[in-house]
Design a protein around this ligand. Structure first.
Ligand code: ATP
Ligand code: MG
Length: 291
C-alpha cells in the first residue's frame, strides 16, 4: 500500500460507500466501503471491555511499518489470558503487520506493546519467544521438507540451551498428536496439507508459549483440514489455556472461532466487538462474509 492509497481511503472514512452490492466487490471497493463502516473508531474503553479489563497483552497507539513506510496507525489491541481474538479485513489492511509487530519483525515508530505489565515493544523475536512466551506461526509454508517430522519439531526448540529439553517437548507433542507420531521418521514433504499445518502449529508449541500468533490457519487447506486446524486451536485455547491472536481471510470461520473480532481497514482498527456480534453485523456480512 502506498501513502496515496491510504489518503484515498481515509478521505472516505466520514462518508458512506456507494458501491453496487450486486457484483462481487473488489479489494479496493471493500477497503473503501469498510473505511466508512464505523464513522468513529472504537474507544480505548471498548478494547479494554472486550478483554474483561484484564488484558494479558496490550497494544497501545501502535504506529509501525517496514523501513520508513508506515502501515499501522494508532492500533490498539487487548486480549485476556485464554481468550481468542481474530483480525479480519481486506487484503493489505495490515493484519499480518499487527502480528509481525507483536513478534518484533517491524519498525515500531510509536506506541507500546506490553505483556502483563512488562514492556516488550523493543524485544527481538528470540526474546519474545523465550522471555515473553509469544510464538508466531507463519503464514507461509515453513516446514523443512527434507528434514523428518521429528527434526522439524526439534527445530522449534532451537532456543533451548539443552537439546534434551527440545526432545522431551517433542515427545510430549507426539503423545498428543498421534497423526504426527506415526510419521515422525518420515521427511516432512510426505505430509498432507493438514498434517503440515499441524506440524507448523506443533513446532511453535515446543517452547510452551502462552500466546500464539496465528496467521491464516486455513489458507490453502481443503475444508476437512480447515475444520481439523480449528479443532486443534480450540483445544489449545480451551484445554491448555493458550491465548490466541489470529488473522483469518475466512472471516466467517475466524469470527465463529474467536471470542473477540477486530475489523482492520487501511492500517486502522475500524471495528472491535465480540466475534458473534461482528458475525451478525449486516455490513460486516456484506463486506467480509460474502452475503
Ligand atoms: N516485509 C514487508 N516489507 C515491506 N512492506 C510490507 C511487508 N509486508 C507487508 N508489507 C506491506 O504492508 C501492507 C500491509 O500488509 P499486510 O501483509 O499486513 O496486510 P494483510 O492485511 O495481512 O493482507 P493479506 O490479507 O493480503 O494477508 C501492504 O501494503 C504490504 O505490501
Ligand atoms: Mg496477511
Amino acid at each position: 500500500m502506498t501513502q496515496n492509497d491510504r489518503d484515498d481511503t481515509s478521505s472516505t472514512i466520514h462518508g458512506h460507500g456507494t458501491g453496487s452490492v450486486d457484483t462481487v466487490l473488489s479489494v479496493d471497493e471493500v477497503t473503501r466501503e469498510a473505511g466508512a463502516l464505523s464513522q468513529e473508531r472504537p474507544a480505548v474503553e471498548k478494547f479494554a471491555a472486550l478483554a474483561d479489563n484484564a488484558p494479558l497483552l496490550t497494544i497501545e497507539k501502535l504506529n509501525a511499518g517496514y523501513g520508513k513506510m508506515q502501515i499501522l496507525f494508532d492500533v490498539h489491541l487487548q486480549v485476556k489470558k485464554g481468550q481468542s481474538l481474530c483480525l479480519i479485513g481486506p487484503n493489505g489492511a495490515g493484519k499480518s503487520t499487527v502480528l509481525h509487530s507483536i513478534y518484533g519483525f517491524t519498525n515500531i515508530m510509536g506506541g507500546s506493546i506490553r505483556v502483563n505489565d512488562r514492556e516488550i515493544t523493543a524485544l527481538g523475536p528470540n526474546q519474545k519467544l523465550k522471555e515473553a512466551k509469544i510464538a508466531y506461526i507463519l503464514q507461509d509454508n515453513s516446514v523443512f521438507p527434507d528434514m523428518t517430522v521429528e527434526e522439524n519439531l526439534w527445530m522449534g526448540g532451537y532456543l533451548m540451551q539443552d537439546h534434551a529439553h527440545a526432545r522431551d517437548a517433542a515427545d510430549r507433542i507426539f503423545d498428543k498428536y498421534p497423526k504426527l507420531s506415526e510419521r515422525r521418521h518420515q521427511p516432512a514433504r510426505v505430509l498432507s496439507g493438514g498434517e503440515r499445518r499441524l506440524l507448523e502449529i506443533s513446532r511453535a508449541l515446543v517452547m510452551n508459549p502462552e500466546i500464539l500468533l496465528v496467521d491464516e490457519p486455513s489458507i490453502g487447506l481443503e475444508p476437512r483440514f480447515i475444520n481439523m486446524v480449528f479443532e486443534i486451536l480450540d483445544d489449545l485455547q480451551h484445554n491448555e489455556g493458550k491465548t490466541i491472536i489470529m488473522v483469518e481471510q475466512n472471516a466467517k470461520k475466524g469470527l465463529e472461532f474467536s471470542d473477540v473480532g477486530y475489523v482492520m481497514v487501511s492500517g486502522e482498527i475500524a471495528m472491535a466487538d465480540e466475534g458473534d456480534r461482528l458475525l451478525a453485523d449486516p455490513e460486516v456480512g456484506r463486506l467480509f462474509l460474502g452475503g
